[in-house]
Write a protein that binds this ligand. Structure first.
Ligand SMILES: NC(=O)c1ccc[n+]([C@@H]2O[C@H](COP(=O)([O-])OP(=O)(O)OC[C@H]3O[C@@H](n4cnc5c(N)ncnc54)[C@H](OP(=O)(O)O)[C@@H]3O)[C@@H](O)[C@H]2O)c1
Length: 308
């Protein structure tokens, strides 16, 4: 069988022969991989920077994907930590971490969408209380996950969604996806009166925006829940102490661990249905798995999806 194989943290994966995966228990099954997204999570696990990285080699990357099971059904699967990921012709899945997809879905579209879409879906469903009518700010709204967060917040009944990012051209695309307002990262105080922040940037940009935003709020006693989801601007944010004292700010994170795996899995069927029905716009670029070494470091506006 062919797979993308990593043998060190600092070298890209290589397409080569690799041993067949072997199922370990009654809930495990060998499946054919149809499409697997190249997500930030996948790269971070592979280079050792993600908290769930195993650090063992050889490693076949790939945290999730669309597969065909031995009964011919399509499934979306999110793998547990493993050294045999989805960047292979075949992998082994725990069926309890998968959801059966309707016939006729586009595997590339699903593989591109589920990881970035899940970030806001799970945050708003499972990490915080999110009654309809809230005002939401998405920081990092021009990325794949951020664009979807704008749409997911609207799907869940947000009254007003502000899309923030550093790229004005990309920001201009957000209103057609449902954003009521856009702003650049250096003007976040113009988005001060929100109830929830979905933050994909973190780092200095988030820390620098907090006090100006909180100072500009009409009523600082109104709760503001800042959900840290991604860290494209830096993994460390020097949050000023006054930010936590001067307003009713609470900072929480949403990801694997702060939300139990079973809660992520429970949301898969509805999220897969929303993606399948087109409720969430998806940008995907299919690339043959044999081109993994080039794709690993390639830039793409859409999510790169490896197709064995
Ligand atoms: N916790 C979870 O459940 C979860 C799930 C999925 C993803 N994530 C995380 O979410 C983040 C975004 O993922 P994605 O799939 O949307 O990635 P993406 O498609 O590559 O988008 C990255 C976004 O980050 C922005 N960005 C990059 N560097 C920046 C910087 N230095 N300052 C400000 N903005 C910057 C980009 O802005 P431009 O458009 O200007 O380039 C773009 O909006 C990643 O950190 C990822 O690991 C978390």
């Amino acid at each position: 069988m062919h797979a993308a194989v990593l043998t060190a943290f600092d070298a890209p994966p290589v397409y080569r022969e690799h041993p067949e995966p072997v199922p370990a228990g009654d809930d495990e099954m060998v499946v054919d991989v149809l499409a697997a997204g190249l997500h930030h999570l996948t790269r971070a696990k592979a280079n050792g920077s993600h908290y769930s990285s195993t650090g063992a080699f050889p490693l076949v990357p790939g945290a999730d994907g669309v597969v065909r099971d031995r009964d011919g059904r399509l499934r979306y699967v999110a793998l547990d930590d493993t050294n045999h990921g989805t960047f292979a012709e075949r992998t082994v899945i725990d069926v309890r971490r998968s959801v059966v997809l309707p016939d006729g879905v586009d595997p590339v579209r699903i593989a591109a969408a589920m990881n970035p879409a899940m970030s806001s879906w799970v945050a708003l469903r499972r990490r915080i209380a999110f009654p309809p009518g809230q005002r939401v700010l998405v920081i990092g709204a021009t990325g794949n996950a951020g664009r979807m967060a704008v749409q997911v917040a609207k799907l869940f009944g947000a009254a007003h969604v502000i899309a923030a990012g550093r790229d004005a051209t990309r920001l201009a695309e957000l209103p057609e996806l449902g954003a009521d307002q856009t702003c650049t990262l250096d003007r976040l105080e113009t988005a001060a009166d929100v109830d929830v922040v979905l933050d994909y940037v973190w780092g200095e940009p988030a820390a620098n925006a907090m006090v100006p935003m909180l100072t500009a709020r009409a009523d600082r006693s109104v709760p503001l829940t800042w959900v840290q989801i991604g860290s494209m601007g830096g993994s460390v944010a020097p949050v000023p102490s006054v930010a936590l004292r001067s307003a009713k700010l609470q900072i929480v994170g949403s990801g694997i661990g702060s939300v139990p795996a079973r809660d992520f899995i429970a949301e898969l069927p509805q999220l897969a249905a929303a993606v399948t029905e087109g409720a969430i716009s998806v940008r995907a670029e299919a690339v043959p798995l044999a081109e993994i070494t080039r794709a690993w470091t390639a830039e793409s506006d859409g999510r790169i999806v490896l197709v064995p």
